[in-house]
Design a protein around this ligand. Sequence first.
Ligand code: SF4
Ligand code: FES
Length: 258
Amino acid sequence: MNIKLHVWRQKDAGSQGGFVTYEAPDMSPEMSFLEMLDVVNERLLSKGQEPIAFDHDCREGICGMCGLMINGRAHGPRERTTACQLHMRSFKDGDEITIEPWRATAFPVLKDLIVDRGAFDKIVSAGGFVSVPTGSAPDGNAVLVPKPDAEKSMDAAACIGCAACVAACPNASAMLFTAAKASHLGFLPQGQPERYERALKMVATMDEAGFGACTNHGECEAVCPKGIGLEFIARLNRDYLRAMLTSKPKVESVGGAG
Ligand code: SF4
Ligand code: FES
């Protein structure tokens, strides 16, 4: 396959970036998208040029590190597929492919295709934990969890923190990610004591980090590689509303849950 790439290159966070075009001849359709970038980088290095910086780790769709906007779609053209699990056979010989970093105020570009997703860590730090004693493993197994709740919790826990939902949202909202992190605890008995305080704290932190409000476009759900559904956003909104009506928040909320 012969491909032409238009890649966002940006020296560092303080520099202005721009697209650079690269010819990428002789690529195998069986290569993953990241392997194709590896080959492009080897060729750049052999010419003494700076390789394209991009995030990756597991290359198995489980770590959430690979985040690329490919032809305007987060993670590229295949549904429920991370950029690292995308293969070149999803493209045609002669295709032109535009590759950009995630675009969101809360995710500043650090270099080329790499953004700082530290804002997600702040949201998790605000409420993605339980502080009640949960005991050892046998104690945990002694706490009965209804099967539907366990399954919903596991569905929410499938979120890999890739941030495609933010990149796809016209408001750069982090509601799908936040809702997944709040829900995987909120469906379990151990997550109940802090359930409503968690909703307040995580939403407040999300707002402070510069993410936009959710206006129900559904783009997040459409690009999520793990199939996290909008139902989790509805649940977080219900928890947030109940917390606002019934508790005395210890944190100042700077906005609604959308
Ligand atoms: S909700 Fe989906 S798209 Fe958003 S961070 Fe989690 S896995 Fe990625
Ligand atoms: S590199 Fe880990 S999910 Fe893609």
